[in-house]
Design a protein around this ligand. Structure first.
Ligand code: GLN
Length: 312
């Protein structure tokens, strides 16, 4: 084992962490110290905070071996989320493995925008701008049951976060990959929304049994010729089918926009994650399919084009 100093002697967490973080740094990892801490905590079955409070903890041989195996995976640039088996997204913890894309912080924008729309801007809230369209009406009945579709749901992070924050909503979670839907099912169950997250396998919007108010999607949008230039974590480990957007990166987004008019309720909204360079092209596709709609592109926190919004 690479970081081992003296065979047979129980080593302290501190020293192991130091060497592990050097190894990850040399391997080109972005946050070697944090990764090392999270991996060691995982190997010990502890929280990272416990580990930081017990730097002198002497590892057993078994723990050391367990950690070595995890470290080797990260050294080979496997995404940390796959090794740990989970990732936080929109305040919820999601099961993640090689069958699905790792949830990204910028994708939280889709959830924010869909929630903002569902809470304030429902067209049938009849001008009562402040009314929460999702709250029960005075007679105790649920009004305006919103229907949402998350296309290319992957781990289900967007669909589950939406269902968790919209207790009256039904969310269709669609994916072409049955493998991905198995992960989404586990996540829906884990967060207690399995009854309101309907999993459907098929091509984009085709499996939808009814029209919806909100379509959100983080579809593959990487230009095919850019795939080889992506960091190894993405290029070598994440599902190609979740990344490859075709020659211009817009194959899936274009097809979704072509299908959408037949699946959206009047007054509905579409929110699509796009690449930083795709704002103009994606807007053009949207205007072609929805000539009457308000189309705009929202920037992420880094100021890059990130979400295409089509309000019909
Ligand atoms: N944001 C991803 C990346 O960093 C791309 C995800 C996608 O294609 N939907 O490459």
């Amino acid at each position: 084992m690479v970081w081992r100093e003296a065979k047979g002697k129980r080593q302290e967490a501190r020293g192991i962490l130091h060497r592990a973080s050097c190894i990850l740094h040399l391997a080109g990892c972005d946050s070697p110290q944090l990764d090392a801490e999270l991996l060691l905590a995982h190997a010990l079955g502890r929280e990272r905070t416990w580990l930081l409070a017990h730097p002198e903890y002497p590892l057993t041989a078994t723990e050391e071996e367990r950690f070595a195996a995890l470290l080797a995976r990260r050294q080979a640039r496997e995404p940390l989320a796959y090794i740990l088996g989970h990732r936080e997204f929109y305040g919820l913890d999601f099961i993640v493995d090689h069958r699905v894309l790792v949830p990204r912080p910028e994708t939280e924008m889709l959830v924010e925008q869909a929630l903002a729309w569902a809470r304030r801007e429902r067209p049938d809230s009849k001008g009562e701008g402040t009314r929460n369209a999702l709250s029960p009406d005075p007679y105790g009945q649920v009004s305006d049951l919103p229907l949402l579709a998350d296309v290319g749901t992957g781990s289900g992070c967007v669909a589950v976060a939406l269902a968790a924050h919209l207790p009256q909503a039904v969310v269709y979670a669609l994916d072409a990959s049955a493998d991905a839907l198995a992960v989404a099912a586990a996540n829906a169950a884990r967060h207690g929304v399995a009854g309101r997250v309907q999993l459907l396998c098929g091509d984009l919007l085709e499996p939808l049994p009814e029209r919806v108010d909100v379509i959100v999607a983080n579809l593959p949008y990487v230009r095919r010729d850019e795939l080889p230039t992506l960091p190894p974590e993405i290029r070598d480990y994440e599902p190609r089918a979740a990344l490859d957007g075709g020659p211009e990166g817009l194959d899936w987004i274009g097809r979704l926009l072509a299908q959408a008019p037949a699946h959206l309720r009047p007054g509905g909204i579409i929110l699509l994650e796009i690449g930083a360079a795709q704002g103009e092209a994606a807007s053009g596709l949207a205007r072609q399919r929805f000539p009457q709609a308000a189309v705009d592109v929202l920037p992420d926190y880094a100021g890059r084009d990130r979400v295409l919004r089509v309000q019909t």
